[in-house]
Design a protein around this ligand. Sequence first.
Ligand code: NAD
Ligand code: DAU
Length: 362
Amino acid sequence: MADLQNAPSIPRRLLITGGAGFIGSNFVHHWCHCYPADRVVVLDALTYAGNRANLKDLEGKTNFRFVQGNICDRTLVNSLLNEEEIDTIAHFAAESHVDRSILAPDAFVQTNVIGTFTLLEAFKQHWFAYEKPAHHRFLHVSTDEVYGSLQPDDPAFSETTPYAPNSPYSASKAGSDHLVRAYHHTYQLPTLLTNCSNNYGPYHFPEKLIPLMCINILLGKPLPVYGDGQNIRDWLYVGDHCTALDTVIQKGKPGETYNVGGNNEVKNIDLVNLLCNLMDELANDLPVSPSQKLINFVKDRPGHDRRYAINANKIRTDLGWVPSVTVAEGLRKTVIWYLTHREWWHPLLSSDYQTYYQQVYG
Ligand code: NAD
Ligand code: DAU
């Protein structure tokens, strides 16, 4: 858990959307730990990716409230902003998985575009009604995927890299980013926008690469590596993403965008090998050992982006944020977490999940 970060002058009142998902729940824990005097209201629809168990240790705490609901429900959002006197929205709620966006893009446009629009409109009305307080903030948590795909020698994505999203997921996130930018430009809404690279760590849903590999190793199932396994992602431990978002809320300049990343580019196949080695070292009685025997190259993801890399100079020089967890430390912590939290991930491998798995992996 992070140390207390930036001492706030007055307690904040936050609405955290998507707070029962992977990054959202890590952020809720971070915030409640660092700023116990602040009010935290989580709004989450509890889709397949939302899990109330991620927040179970906060249930019943005086300053914490969980509301199950949809960010597209304007009446609900209005009433939460008013009755809770919210001054800060931290917006994580999204459909987040590229493979699902290829199978069924509708929900991505609905939640990522219309949902973000609904929140912006509601927050604008609320901010105007309060006569534009200087400390109000709307943090939109976005992704590096909006910048498209890099060639091997291209410079890393900076805040001025043109948008070129390639999947329905990244296109819907790009649409939401443009709305956020426009609401600052047109109405001076105090927005903050972050574009982060691939996260990993506790509470990561089993469909994503790192948890999928950890779980399949533990179950002795094949490890599906797309294409030639040479695609590159830039990995950041989720706790470091949370400290970056905290820093942006406290010190970021309204209207600005900040890229967030850990400067950790790794090829997929190298990452899978690292996970196999860690599991072989840390787990007893694996069904198949060494785990590398499970690696299985499968059909590539349609439109698969080749390489992502983030240039995080701006957040470092302007706001003083740097990541604190190396990939070696972060992967070890993550593997141990999946090894010791079977009761968390096992129920998520439901029949709905098996249906999805069949659709993607055949
Ligand atoms: P996730 O899929 O784990 O969680 C999303 C959460 O949003 C879930 O709790 C879900 O129930 C909730 N949700 C979905 N639709 C909703 C709706 N209509 N109304 C209310 N709640 C809804 O996602 P994540 O990986 O934690 O990502 C969180 C945010 O961070 C997303 O906006 C994503 O684009 C962004 N992001 C993710 C990564 C990453 O590596 N995971 C990296 C950069 C940015
Ligand atoms: O870059 C930030 C993005 O990172 C976020 O915006 C997304 O929400 C998040 O899901 C993630 O997107 P990716 O598509 O990069 O993550 P994923 O874990 O799905 O895949 C990581 C890489 O591993 C990618 O190159 C595809 C590959 N892969 C993935 C799966 C699930 C495989 O080779 N096999 C697999 O089974």
